[in-house]
Ligand binder design. Structure first.
Ligand SMILES: [Zn+2]
Length: 273
């Protein structure tokens, strides 16, 4: 279970009042927004779910926008796959999603990505995976080229996506997408935890990613590495037994979640280190 929290968003120097009914001395904008949302037939829990899910999909939304658009501003339109996912997850007609996005996009863009609860993760499992959407997408640390000598100033759009499995502490084994961005100007390719330039791999010096790549398609949460190391040093737990403990207690894997045996892959990762 999760608690729904709709965080007020500060826009400029003035707190955005969201759905609170406006008084005669206030702008007509909140009233108009409330009317639009009422017309869309959205309840407060649906509104919270709408904003929370989209706040976690900002990078996915941004990735398909033209490079000339600023990443600081919410795009005018959502990709079709995200419209379909939100429609099914929130339980509203697809035609209403763009209307709501138009009214709420600034608030969603100003939000920090929501930490999703179990029921929200289940929505991704149920409706998102088949559309290629996961709650966890691993991006390079910046949408811009980090090469100070490079003249490329707009967001990087030459992107490739690959499927990955991520081993986490709190959410078990999760499917994810790992994003690779390429700068056409200086020919640098950026991965979630390193970049490649002139055939040389360099790990980000001032950025420790939350997820560390341990195989071609496998990542492990930093917190799980810490747990693994602590159990090894303090409790003398072997790599094999740790992988068994993870399988039994933490993986949270449901039958048929994955087409391949991810836990077996994790065991091989631990045992070869
Ligand atoms: Zn560059």
């Amino acid at each position: 279970m999760y608690s729904v929290v709709y965080r007020p968003v500060v826009s400029g120097n003035k707190r955005n009042e969201g759905l609170r009914p406006s008084t005669s001395n206030e702008s007509d904008a909140p009233c108009l927004r409330s009317t639009m949302i009422q017309l869309a037939g959205l309840s407060v829990p649906q509104l919270a779910l709408f904003t929370r899910l989209l706040s976690g999909l900002k990078n996915d939304i941004l990735l398909v926008q033209p490079a000339r658009l600023s990443a600081e501003k919410a795009p005018a339109a959502l990709p079709p796959s995200i419209v379909e996912f939100i429609s099914r997850a929130v339980g509203i007609h697809q035609e209403r999603v763009p209307v709501l996005w138009k009214e709420l996009k600034s608030e969603v863009w100003a939000m920090e990505p929501a930490v999703l609860g179990e029921s929200e993760e289940e929505l991704f499992r149920k409706y998102g995976w088949k559309l290629g959407l996961t709650s966890l997408t691993l991006y390079p640390p910046s949408p811009f080229c980090l090469n100070s000598a490079c003249s490329h100033r707009t967001t990087l759009k030459d992107c490739k996506t690959r499927q990955a499995v991520v081993y986490t502490v709190d959410k078990g084994v999760m499917p994810a997408h790992a994003i690779r961005l390429h700068c056409p100007s200086c020919n640098t390719t950026y991965f979630p935890d390193y970049f490649v330039h002139s055939a040389m791999r360099t790990y980000y010096a001032d950025y420790m990613p939350d997820y560390i790549q341990i195989g071609t398609h496998q990542f492990i949460e930093k917190k799980l590495v810490s747990l693994w190391t602590s159990l090894l040093l303090v409790a003398w737990v072997s790599a094999s037994n740790f992988s068994r403990v993870y399988d039994m207690a933490l993986s949270g894997q449901k039958e048929h979640d994955f087409a391949f045996k991810s836990i077996g892959a994790l065991r091989r990762v631990f045992e070869t280190r």
